[in-house]
Structures are given as C-alpha cells and as structure tokens.
Design a protein around this ligand. Structure first.
Ligand code: ATP
Ligand code: MG
Length: 308
C-alpha cells in the first residue's frame, strides 16, 4: 500500500453533458480525517461514491487503499465503510437486527458478529434501544446506529457523507469524539460537510465548488494564510457603508455580522491607520482573526453564508 489511503488524479464524472466532478486531485494521508467542504450540488456525494467503488468515474486515475478503481472495486468493498447521506438503515429492522444484517453482508462469523454488536451497542449508547425499530429512533440515535453499522467490519477507510446534518450540536460534538477515536486507532476518514465548525476539525480539507477543488490544506494553515486580509468594522450606518465598500476594488467581500461588518480584502493590509482615514467618522476598523468562512469566501465565488 502507498502512504496515501486515497491517491487520485483527474477524477471526473459526467452525467450526460453535465460535469458533476471535474478533474479532482486528492491525496489523503492514511489515518487522517479529511474533509470535503462545499455547498449543495458541488459534487461531494458523487466524489465519495466514486471513491467507494460504487460509481464508475468518466476518467481519472484512482488508487484507494492501494487498489486501482474501477477494476478492483470488488476487493475494495470489504475494506471500506460508507455512511450515506440518508443513513441507509432498515427502518423495519431493530437496532440489533440492522447490525447483525450488516455483519452478515461482510461475512463476519456469528461469534464475531455477536462480539461486535455488543461492543458497538455499548460504544454508541444504544444498549437500551437494541430491540427498537430503526425507524422509531431519534435523529441522533439513527446517526449513531449508522456509524456503528458502517464500522461493524472494522474498515481501514471510512466514508461519511454529511453525517451530522440531522443532529443537534451536542450529538455532533459526541460524534466527532468518536471520529477522533477511530482516527487514533488508525482508521482513515473522509467526511463531507457544509458546516464550517465541522470542517475546521479535519486534519486536511478540500474546498469544492462546481465539482472542482478550489483549495486544500490544513484548516489552521489556510486561515493563517489570510492574515491581514480580514477587518471588522464597527460604527453607524453599516448598511450604507456595506454598499459603498462593495464598490471598492480592494474589497473582495463584505458581510454584516450583528453590529459589525466583516470585510475581506484582496490583499493584506499592513497599514490600518491609512485605511481608517478613508472610513467615515464614527466607524472603527480592527484586524480580525481569519475564520474558515473567510477561507471559503476567499477561494470560491461565493458570499458569506453568515451563520454566526
Ligand atoms: N445520477 C445523476 N444523474 C444526473 N445528475 C446527477 C446525478 N447524481 C448527481 N448529479 C448532479 O451532480 C451534481 C453534484 O451532485 P452531488 O450529489 O455530488 O452534490 P453534493 O455536493 O453531494 O450536494 P449535497 O450537499 O446537496 O448533498 C448535482 O448537480 C447533481 O444534480
Ligand atoms: Mg451530497
């Protein structure tokens, strides 16, 4: 096996005339948590389906766990876990039956299945729910069961497609604790999300837009690279000021966040006082710490989502 769990170049998928994934290059270090961050329709699920071997690429070189896709897709299947965006549980089967079923698909012996079931029910706090139908579980419980099912056969590589979209913040935090545990034990994880806070937890991250990778890297490093380009302005008449600033060529993007404007400049500014002199009376400018949302705005054609 190469040092990369995923090593892909030019991965492309077309549906008719439409290019859903456009010449993606990806290298994912074994044992790391790698994130896909991007808006609806940017190609996250399509990329994941190709990397699991379930969807044939239109073109590109794909090596996953040292196996060549699509030729060795069948061999790969045993070694990956895949939690789909809709969780793919059997609603009419109980928690216990769902896990047993997945274990059978992966060819685990009955003793091994029983042991894994016991471990996973405890780990994901589902012991008192084991006889409950999956369809009757809450969003957070379904999510934990889906992760348990995806890891039943202890895969070396785990794909999680927007795993936390149906759960509350506390469950999301717990879920990420489990992901860090798995990563510690050597599992490589590829996770897609459109939450900034979640993306920030990944070891490496690719920002996708319109099927293309806009930038990748360590989230902290990506934020650091925007040092000097993010300002926070406080004062009066922010709505008017926002419109004026948006006309300035030095300004890439402006968003109102509560009582302040967050301004992303095209170039770093070293001289805040010169800039301050250009602002109307009563408006104060300060350098702000770049956030991942600033990174997103800087590298895509998109405005701030403004979720703060
Ligand atoms: N089977 C298909 N046939 C035609 N178009 C498709 C098919 N699957 C995906 N697409 C298109 O490809 C694009 C990327 O879809 P994809 O599901 O990969 O996006 P995504 O990033 O996962 O979005 P979301 O955040 O909404 O889940 C979309 O425009 C979608 O309509
Ligand atoms: Mg998707």
């Amino acid at each position: 096996m190469t040092e990369f769990a995923i090593d892909v170049s030019g991965m492309t998928r077309r549906f008719g005339d439409y290019t859903a994934v456009d010449a993606l290059d990806l290298q994912v270090q074994a044992g790391s948590i790698y994130g896909f961050l991007g808006p609806n329709g940017c190609g996250k699920s399509t990329s994941i389906r190709m990397l699991t071997g379930l969807l044939t690429p239109s073109s590109g070189q794909l090596k996953v766990l040292g196996l060549t896709l699509p030729q060795q897709a069948e061999q790969l299947r045993q070694q990956v876990g895949y939690m789909t965006q809709k969780f793919s549980l059997y609603d009419n089967l109980s928690v216990q039956e769902n896990l047993q079923f997945v274990g059978q698909i992966y060819g685990l012996s009955s003793a091994h299945r029983a042991q894994r079931c016991k471990e996973l029910l405890a780990l994901y706090h589902l012991e008192d729910k084991q006889q409950v139908r999956a369809g009757a579980l809450s969003g957070g419980q379904k999510q934990r069961l889906a992760l348990a099912a995806a890891t039943m056969h202890q895969p070396a590589l785990l794909f999680l497609d927007e795993p936390t979209s149906a759960v509350d913040p506390e469950n999301r935090r717990d879920f990420w604790e489990r992901l860090f545990d798995l990563s510690d034990q050597g599992t490589t994880i590829l996770v897609s999300t459109h939450y900034m806070d979640e993306a920030e937890r990944c070891h490496q991250l690719a920002i996708l837009e319109l099927g293309q990778k806009r930038i990748d890297g360590n989230p902290a490093v990506l934020m650091q690279q925007l040092q000097g380009r993010v300002l926070e302005l406080r004062g009066d008449k922010l709505r008017v000021l926002k419109l004026q600033l948006e006309q300035q060529s030095a300004v890439l993007s402006v968003a109102q966040v509560g009582q302040s404007l967050r301004v992303l400049l095209r170039q770093p500014t070293a001289d805040l006082s010169a800039l301050q002199a250009l602002l109307p009376d009563g408006v104060r400018a300060e350098q702000a710490r770049p956030s991942l949302e600033d990174v997103f705005v800087a590298h895509t054609g998109r405005a701030y989502v403004c979720t703060h």
